[in-house]
Design a protein around this ligand. Structure first.
Ligand SMILES: O=C(O)[C@H](O)COP(=O)(O)O
Length: 380
């Protein structure tokens, strides 16, 4: 069965030019591409004799494929590619809307508010606080500021009376230093919500590479630093204003590595630790750097660090981040369902495959290009 529910044949026609019985290699070069040949293009400027000889040796066989924008299921042509969308798109044979686009569609249609995930968290709006945790930038790789803005508006219009945003500054998918502008924009949005009677504030923050957004279980201390600030309201730096916090902490660190901070009131009390009865949404659509926090928020038997306090909350991810682990159990938008990948076709047609990939790419690759199928050998 295909994703449309129709019976689809697995049979592949013989390729018009590729000979049968010969070995074929598919090699993915991460970060390699062609663009305007100017002095700022490092691949153009570098000595690349092997690639040059491949290109010049058989120009009739040389093809360029797009790895960004609409060709890989992103919302616009201005969206840069990244490893997750590339791994999902390669070998799918069709264009699937990726997380960023699925969230855009769900927000534009309002369907995000009709889904099970939003209903689940909104049960807390009457008595509890809505916490939004995620990357604050317009990079479009893990999250987008305009999606956060729409979610803030939509949630407050649907009953959220007290909102706390826990920000992670970027400087990796966007320019270093841009964090200040993003925090100013968010602060002005929150001020407008306050004018309309919603108690909305930034509660904590830190740089994405030092606070919360680790990946592949590389360093749980990163997640712990975020947990202490977001859940316990504890951090080495305390400020009464988030713009001031980011400006001050940038004196000794760039956006990616800002140390954790909490926003406190005039009595030095944190304004927004996560408490029993609260709702939490992690608003990144991309999975890899949110899975670890999702585990800490959701798993009863979590043992990667001492959480000290484990509030009884209702938690939803922007998307479900791991389909196999069903993590998190509640989410606002369903992730792309990528089926019938090229790897599956090869197996169904009796073509033996050998796949070799870095273990770090596992969560992304297993959904797309090299979806694990029986009879294919995978080496990590
Ligand atoms: O998470 C990161 O490090 C970047 O935002 C994207 O990196 P990648 O797409 O190359 O994994």
């Amino acid at each position: 069965m295909g994703s449309s529910g129709q019976q689809v044949s697995w049979k592949l026609a013989d390729h018009p030019t590729l000979p049968k019985g010969k070995t074929l290699a598919l090699i993915v070069l991460d970060g390699w591409g062609e663009y305007k040949p100017d002095e700022y293009n490092c691949i153009h400027v570098a000595q690349t004799p092997t690639m040059d000889s491949l290109k010049q040796g058989a120009p009739e066989k040389w093809r360029l494929i797009r790895a960004h924008g609409k060709a890989v299921g992103l919302p616009t042509e201005d969206d840069m590619g990244n490893s997750e969308v590339g791994h999902n798109a390669l070998g799918a044979g069709r264009i699937f809307a990726q997380g960023a686009k699925l969230v855009d569609i769900a927000l534009a249609s309002g369907k995000i508010y009709e889904g099970e995930g939003f209903k689940y968290i909104s049960e807390c709006f009457e008595k509890g606080t809505l916490h939004l945790i995620g990357l604050l930038s317009d990079g479009g790789v893990h999250s987008r500021l305009d999606q956060l803005q729409l979610l803030l508006k939509g949630a407050s219009e649907r009953g959220a009376k007290r909102i706390r945003v826990h920000i992670l500054t970027d400087g990796r998918d966007v320019l270093d230093g841009s964090s200040v502008g993003f925090v100013e924009t968010l602060e002005s949005d929150l001020a407008k919500l306050r004018e309309n009677g919603v108690d909305a504030r930034i509660a904590s923050g830190g740089g994405r590479m030092y606070v919360t957004m680790d990946r592949y279980e590389n360093d749980w201390d990163v997640v712990k630093r975020g947990w202490d600030a977001q859940v316990r309201g504890e951090a080495p730096h305390k400020f009464t204003n988030a713009v001031e916090a980011v400006k001050k902490l940038r004196e000794n660190a760039n956006d990616q590595y800002l140390p954790p901070f909490v926003i406190v009131d005039e009595n030095e009390k944190a304004v927004g630790p996560i408490e029993d009865g609260d709702a939490v949404v992690t608003f990144n659509f991309r999975a890899d750097r949110m899975v670890m926090l999702a585990k800490a928020l959701e798993h009863q038997d979590f043992d990667k660090f001492d959480r000290v306090k484990v509030p009884k909350i209702r938690y939803a991810g922007m998307l479900q981040y791991d389909g196999e682990l069903k993590l998190p159990g509640h989410y606002l938008v369903s992730p792309p369902e990528i089926d019938r990948t090229s790897g599956e076709y090869l197996v169904h047609n009796g073509v033996r495959t050998f796949a070799c990939r870095p273990p770090s790419d596992d969560p992304q690759v297993k959904g797309g290009l090299m979806k694990l199928v029986s009879h294919s050998i995978h080496i990590l």
